[in-house]
Write a protein that binds this ligand. Structure first.
Ligand code: FCB
Length: 483
């Protein structure tokens, strides 16, 4: 293996999620999720955008799979829309919904692309939110039933399964700052939601194990914060400890070690006594895993402060209220450096820190980067091509970091760039473009950007070109093809 190669069998994929691309919101029996409701509530999403049509993947999936094959991807991570396959979040499945995913999976397999399913990427069936949502324990039980229903339908052909995508966002942005669906703002509910998401992961993993063949690989995708303290002052270091507990250990503690750390319980004791954690829950959550998915975009920089500044990077959009419970005296700062179109600082060192941390702490669970990428203000040139050298530089620096982490001993087995297509970026609607394939949001035509061609070469060769070659390559990649 040369210094620039990735290990044999390394997955080079891209990732999407159902609500962000599918559209067909009311077709074939699908009922609203919390994101449908949220988008149709005035003032919640920039420009009043919705996922009603999104990029119409529900009708264009065959062409989209062809695009992935043309771009040499050997894996594709996508999510299932819960309310498309089990409309009210309870009871029997809707066959047409399952058929859609079965056809998609078969097409992927026919093209030699490994399908990787995420069961939950934030689109809770509205009826389950009406019954209390993630702050309620029953939602975790419903999730396990849904997991076994999807496993029963697709388990004969799909080997890679992720329970939840970024439970931090579901709990903290959905129930804390309210900038994500369902838009609630109660810090005690954030902690209840976090626990029930953990429980959903644990019960869901058990349901998957029971329904899937032994070769199935099961994991979860977290978005751990690479938390840094502004100074070495003990007060700033303590702010870092507290945010590490609230961002990371609240999830990886129960999932990977079977505990909620005592400092987390103490730090939040004025909001809750944690009596929602029942006997046996921690054992249920602490399940053996075959994969840990890490989603990474930018580091988190904190200090102790009395001035109540709001977080600069709370994930997706400002909001009046902080997403972080019991953290009013912690200030969040912008990490110095260039930023993406989201305002997120570009700093791959955070990814290295996280890969090495989870390598040490998981006792050898294979690691995958299940999301990484950048938003750019991409615009087609007069000839219709779309050039995104900043994205190539971003991908290069982060893939190089992955390679270094592997050289340093981390067992990293795949990288999924976010995202295949420009899509519905949650509270930002269609104003942020994360795709390596440009989508004209009027005609819905797809145009691979130069980054898609560049990544296709990395995927084909399993080699990362030297940084100096990365940008030269942009000119050599040929004309992107219009749809
Ligand atoms: C992640 C989400 C994904 C996308 C990217 C930019 O937090 O999982 O859906 O919004 O951020």
């Amino acid at each position: 293996m040369s210094h620039s190669s990735f290990p044999a069998g390394f997955l080079f994929g891209s990732a999407t999620s159902a609500y962000q691309i599918e559209g067909a919101a009311a077709e074939d029996g699908r009922t609203p999720s919390i994101w449908d409701t949220f988008c149709h509530t005035p003032g919640k999403v920039l420009g009043g955008d919705t996922g009603d049509v999104a990029v119409d993947h529900y009708h264009r999936w065959r062409d989209d799979v062809q695009l992935m094959a043309d771009l040499n991807l050997n894996a594709y991570r996508f999510s299932i829309s819960w309310s498309r396959v089990q409309p009210t979040g309870r009871g029997p499945a809707v066959q047409r919904g399952l058929d859609f995913y079965r056809s998609l999976v078969d097409e992927l397999l026919a093209k030699g692309i490994t399908p990787w399913i995420t069961l939950y990427h934030w689109d809770l069936p509205q009826e389950l939110e009406d019954a209390g949502g993630w702050p309620e324990r029953a939602t975790a039980e419903r999730f396990a039933e849904y997991a076994s229903l999807v496993a029963g339908a697709l388990g004969d052909r799909v080997e890679r399964w992720t329970t939840l995508n970024e439970p931090w966002c579901s709990a903290y942005l959905g129930y804390g700052s309210g900038v994500h669906a369902p838009g609630r703002t109660d810090h005690a509910d954030v902690l209840r939601a976090a626990h029930h998401l953990n429980l959903a992961h644990g019960l869901g993993t058990q349901a998957l194990r029971a329904a899937l063949p032994g070769r199935a690989q099961i994991g979860v995708s977290i978005n751990p914060a690479a938390v840094r303290a502004l100074t070495d002052d003990p007060a700033d270091l303590d702010a870092r400890r507290r945010i590490d507990a609230l961002a990371n250990r609240i999830f990886d503690g129960p999932m990977l070690r079977g505990v909620y750390d005592e400092d987390l319980i103490q730090d939040t004791s004025r909001l809750t006594d944690w009596s929602f954690v029942k006997d046996g829950d921690l054992a249920d959550i602490h399940q053996p895993l075959d994969a840990l998915g890490i989603n990474y975009y930018t580091p988190t920089l904190v200090s102790a402060s009395a001035d109540r500044r709001l977080p600069r990077r709370d994930g997706h959009g400002g909001g009046e209220q902080s997403p972080w419970p019991a953290s009013e005296d912690i200030a969040f700062h912008q990490t110095p450096g260039e930023t993406t179109d989201m305002g997120w600082t570009i700093d791959p060192t955070g990814l290295h820190d996280l890969l090495m941390r989870y390598h040490r702490e998981t006792g050898g669970i294979p690691l995958y980067i299940t999301e990484n990428g950048m938003a750019c203000d991409d615009k087609p040139s007069p000839d219709g091509t779309v050039h995104d050298p900043d994205r190539i530089a971003y991908l290069h620096s982060h893939l190089d970091t992955v390679r270094r982490a592997i050289a340093d001993g981390a067992d990293v087995r795949g990288y999924f760039l976010w995202s295949l297509l420009d899509n519905f970026e949650w509270a930002y609607g269609y104003s942020k473009r994360f795709g390596t394939v440009y989508v004209d949001f009027e005609s819905l035509a797809r145009v691979p950007k130069s980054s898609a061609r560049w990544y296709a070469e990395v995927a084909r060769t399993g080699e990362l070109p030297a940084a100096s070659e990365a940008l030269d390559a942009v000119d050599a990649v040929g004309d992107p093809v219009a749809d």
